[in-house]
Write a protein that binds this ligand. Sequence first.
Ligand SMILES: C[S@@+](CC[C@H](N)C(=O)[O-])C[C@H]1O[C@@H](n2cnc3c(N)ncnc32)[C@H](O)[C@@H]1O
Length: 253
Amino acid sequence: MSWNPKQYHKFQSERSAPFHDLLKLVEIRPQLKVVDLGCGTGELTRILTDTLPNSDVTGLDSSLQMLDAARAAPHAAPNLRFEQGDLSTLAGSWDLIFSNAAIQWCEDHEKLIPYLFSRLNPGGQLCVQIPSNHNHISHLLIRETAKEAPFNKIVNGFERISPVQSIDQYTKILFEENAKDIIVFEKIYPHILQNSDAVIEWISGTALVPYFERLGEHKSEFLEVLGRKMKKALPESPLLYPFRRILFSAIKP
Ligand SMILES: C[S@@+](CC[C@H](N)C(=O)[O-])C[C@H]1O[C@@H](n2cnc3c(N)ncnc32)[C@H](O)[C@@H]1O
């Protein structure tokens, strides 16, 4: 997918709150071999690195655009490197596998989570944060609009169905891996935005990305139709944008 670091950064402070909640779940120990899956532009990976004494941290991301921003920004540290790769085929063995707002882009979490867990060293920790906002009206309206003419033909019937599971399901997956110290919870981050256009601005850096790729020159037409529907559904200003996220942590015996 074609990620846009500038667009993604527009709500950086709102997006960093769940990262700090996830960081609180990390067992701080020295000399860990750490990977941050879907590290994006790297600011948060640097904070993770600074939190873990004498650790060796790899930020892994599939997007060259995001990695270019990570490498250009002043996040350099001798014990931090950024690499291109697909998190779903993560190689190596790790003491901490950390991932903030990335694995929602990978399918089949029933297989992905056990696979990631298998890449942990004994005593290693898996810490994940995933947006679980896929039933918010904005997402429903994206899918509805993409199914309507003329967009259905333009995107060739594409519809993105979120692979994100329920908290019960993540708990079960981790339990079946024999994980220790399982913590799983869902939290609502109540963001106050100017109006429905600001919600579209927000999702333009995330949920709309796979649609933009397919819409090409029809992107602004799509945004116009979506914008009208969103104004009708969410007329308030300022507007409460309640954002659900799942956080979980588990230790490998
Ligand atoms: C929403 S951003 C999160 C970035 C960063 N973790 C943060 O919290 O700001 C999601 C990132 O996941 C990356 N990503 C998506 N699918 C991926 C995959 N299969 N393997 C590695 N990275 C992936 C994207 O390139 C993007 O940089």
